[in-house]
Write a protein that binds this ligand. Sequence first.
Ligand SMILES: [Zn+2]
Ligand SMILES: [Zn+2]
Length: 344
Amino acid sequence: MTWEERWHPLRGEWVIVAAHRQDRPWSGDTVQTEQPELSEYVPDCYLCPGNSRVSGQVNPAYEQIFVFDNDHPSVAMDAPKSDAPPSSVYSARPATGISRVVCYTPKHNLTLTELEQPEIVNLMSTWSEQYLLLSQHREINHVLIFENKGTAVGVSNPHPHCQIYANNFVFKTIENEARASRKYFEENARILFQDVIKAEQQDGRRIIAENDSAIAFLPYFARYAYEVFVAPKETHSSVATLSSQEIDDFADVLKRVLVKFDNLWKMPFPYVMPLDRAPTDGGDYGSFHFHIEFHPPLRKPNLLKYLAGPEIGGGNFLSDTAPEEKAAELRALSDIHYKQEAKS
Ligand SMILES: [Zn+2]
Ligand SMILES: [Zn+2]
């Protein structure tokens, strides 16, 4: 039974691990796990090839990856100016930026998990291209690439895709991570994330997948039950400077994590997956170590982790599970996807 507070070095905050309460009675909402069979092409899907979108634009008959500007952008280069300046302590400015959508594949019924490793390598090249392309804009100080997957995180269209928000400001999580990494480097002359990897390797219990140049682990300081970080072992401030060997290795580890996630409850595993890379505001980010984070909302097949008093009210996480136990569950699972297993 784990009952303690653990320091999250990248966020600079405490996480309360209260795993001793894990099986307390529960009578809240549940999530549907029955999965409908999907077809490869869906006529009214706005992401499928050849279909028209709400803007009236028609998707090309794309065969691999397809990137387009979001028809419902949250930020835009021509975002409106506020009418009147607000009074006293308040301030406002245009929501300047670029919003894009990246379709992973024309096939509506696939997920990132089911892509072949070379397709994941291609996707990583697209992430890298978009990051470099968007960061060239003077107004863009941060490029957030993320995938929301599953109805549990509010995604209504299962067509496999991720989103890009290229903004005029640096998102809070990255600002925190960049600050913590810089401070650690100034004080210790070492890369914070490298030391996190070393600590995980020394312990070993929370490593989910590993090869020569990439590693995935469920961190000691995890806030979500099945939170997993995937990272190259060498420090790169973004995905854009990884060598082709490092990209291959990263895709291999990423794929193994994704397959284990699906195998956990034999269902497409929902998550929020941000790519954490350095801001593009011209600052010095030599100590920033690129990684992907998975924040899965489910604690059990039918049980969401609710953000409530401690998380929303207090701003710190209360985790109901011990990272070592959850890592052991993932480690024990096969690297072969359950759908593939069923076929053979
Ligand atoms: Zn589709
Ligand atoms: Zn991060």
